[in-house]
Write a protein that binds this ligand. Structure first.
Ligand code: ATP
Length: 233
């Protein structure tokens, strides 16, 4: 579904990605893990066309997308839940979802506001509250709901549970598990190795702008030294 090959990206003169490699098949949950500042967000931004690729390719469903403007990449069916959530603070929960609801993918969408509310009953309860009146967990649920309203084939979460209370984290993980059970492909960035091992099919550890290790959940779970060295677990 998504294949990133030999990707380099820069901020001005400063190189942030050095031959990044990544692949996600349909229906898979795949992770990017690694310490702060290693290039995970930069990878996502380059995939989404928010930062230009200096070298390398990004293929989505067999088509090269590097160099396309971000809105076109999004319309092909990649939905981003950005770091920091970035919901509209002065719109209600429902209005935030309506604002995202134009399905521009050319495919029928299974996602309606009612279905997002079924997925996140807490959002239904809070539907008339403004974005800035929500807790961090509710904001993250809204950010996920908003991305789903765009009918993504691939959902990308940058820092899926950062700064959330443990119980709320559990809710986010269980939501991602339900999405996976429905066949949703997901690329997830997070530091919570123990939650990601049962959820994901494949993991990538990113260090200084490149993948230094990639493998299955079983391989990651069995390698404590690797977890300690790169993930500080
Ligand atoms: P975090 O979890 O902290 O977001 P990350 O792995 O997502 O970490 P990136 O945000 O992709 O890391 O950062 C990779 C490198 O690029 C870092 O050295 C960072 O300082 C640098 N960088 C990120 N954003 C910018 C920017 N807007 N301008 C210049 N350098 C940047």
């Amino acid at each position: 579904m998504l294949r990133v090959r030999d990707l380099d990206a820069f901020y001005g003169p400063s190189q942030a990605l050095f031959g990044m490699e990544l692949a996600i098949e349909a229906g898979q949950v795949v992770t990017l893990m690694g310490r702060n500042g290693m290039g995970k967000t930069t990878t996502v931004h380059t995939i989404m066309g928010l930062l230009p690729a200096r070298r390398g390719t990004v293929e989505f469903e067999g088509n090269r997308v590097e160099g396309l403007p971000a809105f076109r990449i999004a319309r092909l069916g990649i939905g981003l839940v950005p770091e920091g959530r970035q919901i509209f603070p002065n719109l209600s929960v429902r209005e935030n979802l309506v604002a995202a609801s134009a399905n521009r993918t050319g495919r029928p969408s299974p996602w309606t506001i009612a279905r997002v509310f079924e997925f996140f009953p807490r959002l239904a309860e809070r539907q008339r509250n403004m974005g800035n009146q929500l807790s961090g967990g509710e904001q993250q649920m809204l950010a996920i709901g908003r991305a789903l309203m765009t009918n993504p084939k691939l959902l990308i979460l940058d820092e899926a549970t950062e700064g959330l209370a443990p119980l709320i984290r559990q809710e986010i993980w269980s939501c991602l598990g339900r999405l996976k059970a429905e066949g949703q492909a997901i690329l997830v960035i997070d530091k919570n190795v123990s939650a990601l091992i049962p959820l994901a099919d494949r993991h990538h550890i990113v260090e200084k702008g490149r993948v230094v290790w990639a493998g299955s959940s079983q391989a990651l779970a069995g390698d404590k030294d690797l977890q300690h060295r790169y993930l500080g677990v």
